[in-house]
Write a protein that binds this ligand. Sequence first.
Ligand SMILES: NC(=O)c1ccc[n+]([C@@H]2O[C@H](COP(=O)([O-])OP(=O)(O)OC[C@H]3O[C@@H](n4cnc5c(N)ncnc54)[C@H](O)[C@@H]3O)[C@@H](O)[C@H]2O)c1
Length: 338
Amino acid sequence: MEKTLRYALVGCGSFGNVHLGTMLKIPGTQVVALCDLHPESCALLKERYGLENAACYTDYRELLAREEVDVVAVVTSDKAHKEVTTAALKAGCHVICEKPMSLFTEECVEMVQAAHDAGKLLMVGQVCRCAPGFIKARELVEDGAIGELYYVESEYAHDYTKITGVDNWRVDPDREPIIGGACHAIDLLRWIAGNPVETTAYSNHKVLTDWPVDDTTIAIFKFPNQVIGKVFTSIGCKRNYTMRTVLYGTRGTIIVNNTDPVLDLYQLQENGSSALTQLPLEINNHNVQAEHEILRDAVLNGTPLVTTGEEGARTVTVCRAVVQSAKTGVPVQIVYPV
Ligand SMILES: NC(=O)c1ccc[n+]([C@@H]2O[C@H](COP(=O)([O-])OP(=O)(O)OC[C@H]3O[C@@H](n4cnc5c(N)ncnc54)[C@H](O)[C@@H]3O)[C@@H](O)[C@H]2O)c1
């Protein structure tokens, strides 16, 4: 018999729906409460998933005061992440908070501190670390399949024209695309190549001209061990969503995308040429179920989290350094506060 954990979902929009649908697939999950500023959004999910006994709230503080909850999933618009997460931790709950952890490094530090003070787990939804293709790519690098890493690149190209969010929250001068979207690509490269120490970036604004932020950014990085790298992001691009990632090593190259069913592995042969092996992949680019399984295991059995609050904070720190460089036109040294 699975031990039951009691869950609350705060933020019942489109990704809240994904969280609820996936967490309910895990035995031992009991959803006791839903919360959204728009009551009809809670009602919709409550009905869709047959949660007759779940209470609905429009104020997360009321939910935390009244309900007995083990885990809160914070899937609100980005700017509410910090206040809901810190309140839930203070109320004695473990938290899974969506990415980006916050738009501001200082808030991330507060969230990490709140988790330490409460003695509760804080996980951040940097879901690329649960995508089968990216897990495979990292394993190959760790196993030496491409020799020594020397250059890494990733991208986040996703047309946001029609996904402005409930009440248009994505159209926000503080939500630079490199933070809101490309935090995925930056987190992925950090996971594989380590914490970059310096960045230089450029951005422009030619597509979503009615949005308050530059829609395209290119950032280059110095990683540890003289590895160099690049992240490109565009939120106005006219193409399908992609996170194509290429990892170059002294003895081979990996090309992987979380939307492709194969990973391309090029490896140096004895005759000096490169041979291509195509490894089949399950496409599961938003593997939120794996995140909930990892968190459940950590809560019940003390297993380690991969995307801790500290990791989420480091990713936001890099994103902010990119924004600073793009705005000032000079390279920025990256200093990690946690
Ligand atoms: N991991 C991923 O790949 C991924 C994908 C999509 C979205 N996200 C993240 O998930 C979060 C939600 O995105 P979405 O696409 O579901 O947006 P959405 O606009 O569809 O839903 C957000 C919901 O949060 C609610 N909300 C805002 N502030 C609130 C508060 N204080 N209390 C209660 N509810 C509140 C809104 O009313 C809205 O219903 C964002 O942080 C986004 O960056 C992550």
